[in-house]
Write a protein that binds this ligand. Sequence first.
Ligand code: NAD
Length: 516
Amino acid sequence: MDDTAAVRLAPDTPGLPATPTADGLARYGLYIDGAFTDPQSGQWIDSEDPVEGRAWARIPRGNGADADRAVAAAHRAFTSGPWPALSASRRGALLRKLGDLIAENAAWLARIEMKDNGKLLAELLMQMRYMSSYYYYYGGLADKMEGSVIPSDKPGVFNYTKYEPVGVVACIMPWNSPLPLTSLKLAPALAAGNTVVLKPSEFTSASLLEFVKLVEAAGFPPGVVNVVTGYGTEIGDALVSHPLVDRIAFTGGPEAGRAINEKAARYMKRVTMELGGKSPNIVFQDANLDEAVKGVVAGIFAASGQSCVAGSRLLVQRSIHDAFVAKLLAFIEDVRFGHPSDPATQIAPISTRPQLDKIRKYVEIAKGEGARLVAGGREAKVPGWPNGLFYEPTVFVDVDNRMRIAQEEVFGPVLCVIRFDDDDDAVRIANDIRFGLAAGIWTQSMPRALTMADRIRAGTIWVNNYRMTSTTSPFGGFKMSGTGREGGMAGMREYLELKSVWLSTGVTFPNPFVRR
Ligand code: NAD
């Protein structure tokens, strides 16, 4: 199929979000109550293409007044009009229609996402095509969340439970996978009957402002889905503090997560926190080492390490350490940098300038701590893209688990290699960290795999594979990696309140002043 032919809703159609400006940049609007609108501030933020190293679009700088408008629209849509009157089955049908539209427009969405975050187009295409499955899965679940009849110990009553939507949900997303991470929240939130205000990262807002056209085309009523953009400390904070927001679904870094969680607690808002990690990828001497090398490389250098589940701590059994590191270095020796749309490119740029600065800073910290650099450690010069934000795959050996480079999330292509002696030592090192998002285990011994899977404190364990996720499976963190789950049935329940209803089956109500 010709990818460009899949674009059904051209971005320059009148009334749509992006209007060209005099300097040739696409200028976007906020999407509130079913219409695109300018921000109250009258200000826009440049969105940078990380390959070109210059702005390609402008996104609105929303503030508290815009948050107010969007939340008011979502609250109206939750409490009145067509949305609360729709049956759960009808909501499911709307979600499945949206899934169809996403499949038809995957190529267009992938290209916009690539402009903003510079990920490989091939990976984005896969992600966008798969994204339909979120809407099919949760569309299917919409009318299957059954309550129950409670076998009560009280006489003369009939007691049953039912699920109801939570209300207005504010979803706040990071820049590394804007649309998939939005969909993991949006699909179950809508399936459950909530209304939403979406706040993408200030670095990658364009794709969501385009995507929302598909939401409208699928037939969701105005106000059910709203998109506001801008800085976290401005409009993000205004959403978190808004009294009419009932639930916060956040994916991002631990610092912002903690600030949001504290504020949400003051208002007793429900929260889901999908935060960062420093996940161990553990290679035992009995592993198939060629398979393990591929898994380790996929774990840390796919998406240039800008992945919450990056396997950034490589734990290698002492007896195979040198041989395994040699294999790893050989594997990454000739990686190809280039434009993310070129199918030959293996490594795309770092998505944002602040992220590149953070990687540089951590490489210096690691050197200062005595870790030994054996690959990378510098920006890559890529012919044709002199301003691109490329960084070489970087490997440190002789890393001690107490070093900052082993304990803090870099969110870039930086791997630290740590030796271990035996199973107990591997468990000790793997768990000696404040995070608990994921872990990889490479061994051909099934008993060892199962025992390690039990002993490692993380929300996801991969045995002889890495980075596998699915709409159908719950995902989330232990410890500082977060709270709550996205994906699967658990992901749906996050967006529902459980209500208990008591019906009297007796004809009289007992006199409260007479004790029995
Ligand atoms: P970030 O925390 O800087 O920002 C995330 C979002 O929060 C942005 O939209 C930002 O504008 C907003 N924000 C920031 N401060 C806020 C505040 N005080 N109030 C309200 N909103 C605020 O994270 P990032 O740099 O965009 O993303 C990288 C982080 O995301 C990494 O730590 C990574 O591990 C994490 N992540 C986690 C998962 C997961 O599922 N666990 C997935 C992807 C990324």
